[in-house]
Design a protein around this ligand. Structure first.
Ligand SMILES: C[S@@+](CC[C@H](N)C(=O)[O-])C[C@H]1O[C@@H](n2cnc3c(N)ncnc32)[C@H](O)[C@@H]1O
Length: 208
């Protein structure tokens, strides 16, 4: 995820994601086309998700790259994205898999009464208005014993940077989850296809 390429502003994601969809997968960590990058994400995701097959809700799923890894690991996936073009690409990417993709707002996913074992979100939460309120809503979408898997960061080295620092995210999660664990990802160049020195991390947090 790079702020220059997508004209991300400090106020949030001021991006036309339908226009970006066609080239989104060109970034190594988006399309996961390089086998080494793909393997790096597959291995991290396997360690973050439950071992048994479960129901994963991928919010702001984009072209479905993480959804596909989760499906390949035996999980059932529901993806939600506001961009119809992204959803179209995700549907094509996971054709024939146990997966469904919906156009909708990640902050209030259109999943009705359905509940999930995992809320999976990569590079989306930071840009949603009022992330604390959003996390509380997502908490309500989890089954007992479920977990958040949130991959976020603070991108770029020029001020103002964009993103959400890990300590802010863990503070927001503290009242909602237990066993909040932060895994630092900046030092693993295989994930990004290059060396990075900004803050990138995953938070895995279980709920009661
Ligand atoms: C940086 S991309 C991340 C895509 C995917 N999570 C990944 O890691 O490959 C951000 C995605 O969030 C989606 N998005 C942004 N705001 C959204 C919202 N309020 N509701 C649903 N999707 C949203 C965009 O359409 C885009 O697909």
């Amino acid at each position: 995820m790079t702020n220059g390429e997508h004209a991300i502003t400090g106020a949030g994601m001021d991006v036309d994601w339908d226009a970006e969809a066609g080239s989104f997968d060109d970034e190594p960590d988006h399309g996961l086309r390089d086998p080494e990058v793909r393997q790096a994400w597959a291995s991290r995701l396997r360690s973050w998700l439950p071992e048994r097959p479960c129901d994963v809700l991928d919010l702001g799923c984009g072209t479905g790259s993480l959804s596909l890894l989760a499906a390949e690991q035996g999980h059932r996936v529901t993806g939600v994205d506001r961009s119809p073009a992204m959803v179209g690409l995700a549907r094509a990417k996971l054709a024939g898999r146990d997966a469904a993709f919906l156009v909708g707002d990640a902050a209030a996913p259109p999943v009705g009464e359905e509940r999930f074992d995992v809320v999976l979100v990569r590079h989306v939460l930071w840009a949603l208005p009022d992330p604390g309120r959003v996390l509380r809503h997502w908490r309500g979408l989890l089954r007992p014993g479920g977990r958040f898997v949130l991959v976020e960061g603070v991108w770029g080295s020029t001020v103002p940077t964009v993103g959400i620092p890990a300590d802010r995210l863990t503070a927001l999660l503290a009242p909602l989850a237990r066993d909040v664990r932060v895994e630092r990802l900046s030092g693993d160049a295989r994930l990004w296809g290059k060396e990075v020195d900004d803050e990138r991390y995953a938070v895995v947090a279980g709920v009661a």
